[in-house]
Design a protein around this ligand. Sequence first.
Ligand SMILES: [Zn+2]
Length: 259
Amino acid sequence: MKLLNTSHIKHAILLLAITIVTTLLISLPVLAAVSSTHWSYGGIENPTQWGKLSEDFALCELGRDQSPINIINTIEDSPAEIDFDYKPSPLVVVNNGHTIQVNYAQGSTVTINGKKYALLQFHFHTPSEHNINDKASPMELHLVHRNEAGQLAVVGVMLNQGIANPLIAEIWKQIPDIGATNTVSDRLINASNLLPSKKSYFSYMGSLTTPPCSEGVSWNLFLEPITVSKEQVEIFAKIYQVDARPLQPINDRTVQLHR
Ligand SMILES: [Zn+2]
């Protein structure tokens, strides 16, 4: 048996290093392209162009199960089976250049039809993305959840004009500059303060409403809205005048109503 001498080992390490660096150099621009393709709600990168901005966004143009939709014909299905187990979380507000998002601590879940999903974050759109019977609301809240299999479930809440929401007031006070995150670790919030009292909801299979417009998303939209004040809508609209994707064709999908 011939033992490797020091120069052999050095040579092998050098080869390995070159391989790793080369692999990184090849893969990095690809990864960067996935995460940094720019898109917006107006101008030349508006929603009608999303599918052309990147190969990764192809579903935005070609997908048949896209969101949002106008909820108009519904099938009365099983009774409401949606159970929230939301726990307090430190307030973490992200101004990501597309919306105001609140990242949520681990350990809060929703169970929909017996399937359990963990709450990751919630964020806001103005005007609402979904319509109910041809009618939009001033804003829409999306609570984004994921289960262990990686499937997404979004719970949507319409925000109509009325009495101010105290939790949203708290969040609006902590909005950082675009691209920044504000962690208010000494302030605990609970997303259950953003849910309506009646738990009737519409459900259908759709997509992310932002690029890459991935499908297979379980959508669950409450019939009952919560309220925000005119001033609360205006504070958001000062930062994001419009951050809503236009309505998408329903194609051959059905919307279930659970009461
Ligand atoms: Zn959303």
